[in-house]
Design a protein. Structure first.
Length: 324
């Protein structure tokens, strides 16, 4: 499980070979065998013994900022696998192999988005269903365009980025059309979000980034060596590339929570220029995220947790790089 600590003033330390968490005067012991990562979303104290215990058990400690974006992490210094994988990441930038990978990932993203819109449309009236079915077909049309584009990634990057942006905009247009009227919004907004939908989406993406980055590291992939996304100072370009495979998970959960009226206005605070999730909202949403990613699903012929599908995919990418 992911141990989430989001109560201000909490204290995490080591007791024998377990974690002990103190929250508002109450103590709780947690076995290291039950924890695969620790997520800290507010002012928390950590003992050096607790940090050492986490590192020795391959448990990542991740810090999130107020927007849910990764602010930093404590992680052991070992490589997830052979450095040959990282060399291959650099090599495929100079061949059409990199282009083929990016096109494959973008096609999967487009299909995930199209399927989600169709699933949502089947629960609506005929007019709404037809509208999102048309959007789904427009999104799938980009899969055809992707098949017909060739060349080195450096020469077609702008075209691919344009396709990716259009796929995302059409998807968001569909979600905006279907979202309950109380939560209507106009497009994407970040730092800060302008509405509850984007506030939840942004925070969910922040948590997702940490999951994808961890999966990359464990698979031996370098989070900073991107293919479609270019290099930048401290820019996790490869994470930006592959996270597109999983963004639909966050929007699926947010749409479900809104449709079932599980989101309370008290979960948000007004800030300069927009909204932010408050402590109560983070606690609620993180629990729902953990439950969602802990659910078992069928993935490539196997039954596994959604969380583990990300790790399986990253290992598959890494292994294919070496095999080729």
């Amino acid at each position: 499980m992911q141990l989430v600590i989001n109560t201000y003033g909490s204290y995490l330390h080591k007791d024998k070979n377990c974690f002990e968490l103190k929250v508002e005067g109450e103590k709780k012991k947690i076995s290291t065998k039950k924890v695969d990562s620790i997520l800290i979303a507010t002012g928390v104290s950590l003992s050096s013994d607790a940090i050492e215990l986490a590192l020795s058990n391959n448990i990542e400690i991740q810090f999130l900022d107020d927007y849910g974006q990764p602010a930093g992490k404590i992680w052991h210094p070992k490589l997830g696998s052979t450095t040959a994988i990282r060399r291959r990441q650099l090599e495929i930038l100079k061949t059409e192999e990199g282009t083929t990978l990016v096109k494959k990932w973008m096609s999967i993203k487009a299909e995930n988005y199209a399927k989600h819109l169709e699933e949502l449309g089947r629960r609506r009236n005929e007019e709404k269903e037809q509208f999102v079915r048309d959007l789904a077909q427009e999104i799938r049309a980009f899969k055809v365009k992707l098949k017909n584009i060739h060349g080195l990634i450096k020469n077609i990057r702008n075209k691919l980025m344009s396709y990716e942006g259009n796929i995302g905009r059409k998807y968001i247009e569909g979600l905006s059309f279907l979202v309950p009227s109380r939560y209507e919004f106009e497009g994407r907004s970040q730092r800060p979000a302008q509405d509850e939908f984007n506030c939840l989406l942004n925070y969910g993406y922040g948590v997702l980034y940490s999951k994808v980055e961890k999966a990359c590291i464990l698979a031996g992939l370098d989070p900073y060596i991107g293919i479609l996304h270019t290099d930048g100072y401290n820019k996790r370009s490869f994470v930006f590339d592959v996270i597109e495979l999983y963004r639909h998970h966050i929007s699926k959960l947010v749409m479900k929570l809104l449709a079932r009226k599980r989101i309370n206005i008290s979960y948000f605070d007004e800030i300069s220029g927009g909204l932010t999730l408050n402590e109560k909202g983070k606690e609620f949403f993180i629990k729902k995220l953990n439950k969602y990613f802990d659910k078992k699903v069928e993935h490539k012929g196997q039954n596994m947790k959604r969380e583990n599908t990300i790790q399986a995919d990253m290992h598959s990418i890494a292994n294919n790089l070496i095999d080729e």
